[in-house]
Design a protein around this ligand. Structure first.
Ligand SMILES: Nc1ncnc2c1ncn2[C@@H]1O[C@H](COP(=O)(O)OP(=O)(O)O)[C@@H](O)[C@H]1O
Ligand SMILES: [Mg+2]
Length: 312
């Protein structure tokens, strides 16, 4: 497919020169549209043939029409040496969607052959680094949106609840997941209030990703983890990130790493905040899984994971 987004070729060449080799030339390019995630924005993978100092080599980059938040956060985190792919945008200022060229994180990754334990430790380090590096910066990061009660209410009552009510009218759902129902109903009635104390607690505020679904955490070359898709980033409580990635048995290590970086979170409120955030994230990410399971019972494990986040 020819790549026809205005200025795209120039941006790809500039990105290659900035990050691969300053003498590089793109000789050939083959572009395919990627299935995007929830936002359905224009997303392409470009296989490029690059020549530099007489040598030719294939490489790969992604382009995305990214919002202003994502472009600025990706640029900032790259400067901080955080675990994000290299990236370059023609423009960081505008709030409109503008083309962002991003390192293709996982085109060389073999997902069948991963050392999960090693990657888990690296991910804990990488997320703790980002959280710690950007705390106490509410003024510098004033361009990032904040979490609000309306934001949480919309996710729970506007988005999750209709999907949940629909599922509860499905006989197969009641048969399979009936034992979860009363507890989840009880949690959903109190979660907006319970979570308020968590997201308002400024002592836990930093740059958060706020959408750490599995599609946004990729493995690079089988030896490291990178976070992509910073479009939903907020300045808010780190608890809104951690239960998505670290279960109860792993979160202790995250806390220790954070403490070793100099950020000690009080022990008395940690468990409670983690639990409220886990409820909220379980409900939020269950929404999509409910619809998927109603269409295809083979997706049961995915749905059960989010149900379990709410009943612990
Ligand atoms: N830099 C990248 N490297 C490899 N794959 C990517 C990259 N960016 C996006 N993708 C792929 O495209 C999917 C959607 O991109 P993402 O940036 O998450 O957009 P959306 O906002 O649509 O979720 C990702 O889940 C991933 O599979
Ligand atoms: Mg995504």
């Amino acid at each position: 497919m020819r790549f026809e987004i205005g200025g795209g070729m120039d941006l790809i060449e500039e990105t290659v020169r900035q990050f691969l080799s300053d003498k590089a030339k793109v000789l050939d390019i083959e572009s395919t549209r990627l299935h995007s995630g929830y936002q359905a924005v224009d997303l392409f993978r470009h296989r490029i043939l690059v020549e530099s100092e007489g040598r030719q080599e294939y490489s790969s980059v992604i382009t995305k029409m990214a919002n202003g938040i994502e472009r600025r956060v990706m640029n900032r985190l790259l400067d901080q040496g955080a675990n994000v792919p290299f990236n370059r945008a023609g423009n960081l200022d505008s709030d409109h969607r503008v083309l962002l060229c991003i390192q293709d994180v996982d085109y060389k990754t073999n997902y069948q052959n991963l050392d999960i334990g090693m990657l888990q430790h690296k991910e804990i380090q990488a997320l703790a680094y980002i959280h710690n590096h950007n705390r106490g910066l509410q003024e510098e990061l004033s361009w990032l949106p904040r979490v609000s009660r309306t934001y949480i209410e919309t996710i729970i009552h506007g988005v999750w609840r209709p999907a949940w009510e629909e599922a509860k009218h499905n006989e197969r759902f009641v048969e399979t997941f009936g034992t979860y129902m009363s507890e989840i109903d009880a949690v959903s009635g109190k979660i907006v209030d319970e979570l308020e104390a968590v997201w308002k607690d400024e002592t836990t505020h930093t740059l958060i990703h706020n959408d750490l679904n599995p599609g946004n955490v990729l493995v690079h070359n089988n030896d490291d983890v990178m976070f992509i898709d910073w479009e939903e980033a907020r300045y808010g409580s780190l608890f809104l990130d951690i239960p998505m990635r670290f279960d109860r048995s792993q979160v202790g290590e995250y806390r220790e790493v954070l403490a070793s970086l100099g950020w000690v979170l009080p022990a008395d409120t940690f468990g409670q905040s983690y639990r409220a955030a886990s409820w909220y994230l379980g409900l939020r990410y269950m929404t999509w899984s409910l619809g998927a399971w109603l269409r295809d019972p083979g997706t049961e494990a995915g749905l059960r994971r989010f149900l379990d986040m709410v009943v612990v």
